[in-house]
Ligand binder design. Structure first.
Ligand SMILES: *Cc1c(COP(=O)(O)O)cnc(C)c1O
Length: 399
């Protein structure tokens, strides 16, 4: 058979080795340990000479099936998993960065990632350089000074800025740096960083991969050698994915292609609609021609994703008035679920920042992050329309 496509991989990949008793679905294996009557066999599994499981902190069959599915979707040689997306990020960074090393990244990484860069790595005497997001020359300049790791995220949270992966890989490779990409916002359906030469790709499986906001998890994909190093760090430090969460993520991933196709479409249509609304000051979505790096996004993404953001002319007061009026949206901190989810950047991604810091990051106080769900887009648009129409002082907001 030739090339297997994404929708088929999302459904079939990774599962066949983990089915039992003729079941067509991967079971949740709730067992802390895996026993051996034959001591020689036990020894061989324990030393990695034979396939098998020993202890739940290291490996588990349900968790393995999840790892296999994401590995196939990212087109990687190997994959491992973690209890959360942040565990995937921190375990990966702590595996490769040691005292005296230097890491280059961007200012707009996920809030938790930014805390690792600003709070924890400096304590370990790791030199951190965060560049203006989207300023490729600045990243190239800093990478050229030498670094162990170049860490990227594209699109970013919450203003969906885009970084050219291929160009950054070239800069990183010239210095022998490891290039790591957080692919959570794009998902493997829309973007495969490894195909552009990145070394490692990370997901918060909590978001689009699971897609139903009912399980936390993280993944790392890349070469056998690199993934094995991080796996070793994780098995010892203990941020393992729970089998029940792995099962929920696996089940969610079966519809990944369907969901992402719908979310791509819904987000595009909503972004275009928002451009026509008077009370809206700015709309950020890589699928809009007005987006600063629409051309780069068009080159490296097969779809522009389900995440967008927009600012209201009335600032935070308007946001406070507007958000509770939406009927078909959860007001919550997560994203990437089947339901539409909204929240101000102020209380979600950048809650730790002062207004001045948010301004410096180009995040307007009236910014709303919008994670398009898979609802009928006409209903989502009507919902937004009625919320805009009900704003307390529409004339004043229009200025
Ligand atoms: C949510 C998120 C994370 C962290 O994932 P958790 O599963 O919440 O730990 C990392 N990166 C991005 C881009 C995210 O959206």
């Amino acid at each position: 058979m030739g090339k297997i496509n994404m929708a088929t991989k999302a459904i079939w990949s990774g599962e066949s080795d983990y089915l039992a008793f003729g079941a067509t679905q991967v079971p949740v294996v709730h067992s802390v340990s895996f026993g051996y009557d034959d001591l020689d066999e036990w020894f061989e599994v324990a030393t990695g000479k034979r396939e098998g499981h020993i202890y739940g902190r290291n490996t588990n069959p349900t968790v393995k099936a999840f790892e296999e599915k994401i590995r196939e979707l990212e087109g990687a040689e190997a994959a491992t998993s973690f209890s959360t997306g942040m565990a995937a990020i921190s375990n990966t960074l702590y595996t490769f960065l040691h005292p005296g090393d230097r890491v280059v990244s961007i200012k707009d990484t996920y809030g938790g990632t930014n805390k690792i860069f600003s709070e924890f790595l400096p304590k370990m005497n790791v030199d951190v350089e965060l560049c203006e997001t989207g300023d490729h020359e600045a990243v190239e300049r800093e990478v050229a000074k030498g670094c162990k790791v170049l860490y990227l995220e594209t699109p970013t949270n919450p203003t969906v800025k885009i970084t050219d992966i291929e160009r950054m890989v070239e800069a990183g490779k010239a210095q022998g740096a490891l290039v790591i990409v957080d692919n959570t916002f794009a998902t493997p359906i829309n973007q495969n960083p490894l195909a552009f030469g990145a070394d490692l790709v990370i997901h918060s499986a909590t978001k689009f991969l699971g897609g139903h906001a009912d399980a936390l998890g993280g993944s790392l994909c890349g070469s056998e050698e690199l993934v094995e190093e991080v796996y070793h760090y994780r098995e010892i430090n203990g941020a393992s994915l729970d089998p029940m969460a792995a099962y929920l993520l696996l089940r969610g991933m079966k519809t990944l292609k369907l969901r992402i196709d719908q979310q791509n479409k819904n987000a595009q249509e909503i972004a275009e609609y928002l451009l026509t609304v008077d009370a809206v000051e700015d709309v950020f979505y890589p699928g809009l021609k007005t987006h600063a790096n629409h051309d780069i996004a068009s080159r490296q993404m097969r779809g522009f994703g389900g995440m967008l953001s927009f600012s209201l002319k009335g600032g935070m007061d308007a946001v406070r008035d507007f958000l509770p009026k939406l009927q078909y949206a959860n007001r919550a901190a997560n994203l990437g679920a089947v339901e539409t989810i909204v929240g101000p950047a102020r209380t979600t991604s950048h809650v730790e920042c002062t207004p001045e810091e948010r301004a410096a990051l180009g995040i307007p106080e009236g910014l709303i992050r919008y994670s398009a769900g898979i609802e009928d887009v006409e209903d989502l648009k009507s919902d937004l329309q009625q919320a805009f129409a009900g704003l307390k002082e529409p004339m004043e907001l229009r200025r």
